[in-house]
Design a protein around this ligand. Structure first.
Ligand code: 0O2
Length: 188
């Protein structure tokens, strides 16, 4: 797990650098805040069972890409894509997978931009490439995802179909709001 922690610290540091550089050039903080976590052992086991993987280290390392996860929260939808492009420019990291749930929201209504990057970490005089999941989303998307995570996605008790439909509607409202905020700033 310490390998994942080292990788996570490296990614966090780079995101802070991106923010600092951006601030110097545009006088604007493109990153609002960052959250990071190492997935708990129980959550890793639950995910492996859910995806029908055998419970061994080989399957874990090859298939579970979000043991180290970092969430980058920004203000505007266009910031999400700018941050993504700035991460791509970092020579140290290699993007190995990405999912645009903003252009293609999940059935649940979930919107976010996901990247899996490979990060070189020095460990025991060897360079190991560690996968880190970066989720980039606006404050509004994060508000929705946090509530939905708690009430539906990871909730022990199933919510009613009616409430699940409401959550999809609220996700659409939130995304409309993100669009309107952009329009407002563009029309200043
Ligand atoms: P937790 O507890 O947040 O860590 P794959 O990469 O295709 O093998 P994976 O990893 O399921 O499969 O990919 P995906 O769909 O990109 O989802 C990864 C993470 O996105 C999830 O991690 C959640 O954090 C978040 N996520 C995905 N769908 C939803 C959703 O409908 N609602 C909310 N609130 N979050 C979502 P975990 O490990 O499932 O959960």
């Amino acid at each position: 797990m310490s390998i994942y922690e080292l990788a996570l610290e490296k990614v966090e540091k780079q995101i802070y650098c991106i923010n600092e550089d951006y601030k110097k050039i545009y006088n604007y903080e493109i990153v609002d805040h960052i959250m990071k976590r190492i997935k708990s052992p129980q959550s890793i086991i639950d995910k492996m069972k859910k995806k029908n993987y055998e419970l061994n280290y080989k399957e874990l390392i090859e298939n579970i890409n979000d043991i180290a996860g970092i969430r980058v929260i920004c203000k505007l939808r266009k910031d999400v894509y700018d941050i993504r492009d700035l991460i791509e420019e970092l020579e140290e990291f290699k993007i190995i997978n990405e999912k645009d749930y903003i252009k293609h929201p999940k059935k649940s209504g979930y919107t976010s931009y996901h990247l899996i990057v490979e990060v070189p970490v020095e460990f025991d005089n060897t360079t190991i490439f560690v996968k880190v999941e970066i989720q980039i989303r606006t404050l509004a998307m994060d508000f929705w995802a946090t509530i939905e995570h708690h009430t539906k996605y990871k909730a022990k008790n199933k919510i009613s179909k009616r409430n699940a439909r409401k959550l999809v509607t609220y996700a659409k409202i939130i995304n409309k709001l993100d669009e309107k905020m952009l329009d407002l700033l563009d029309s200043k």
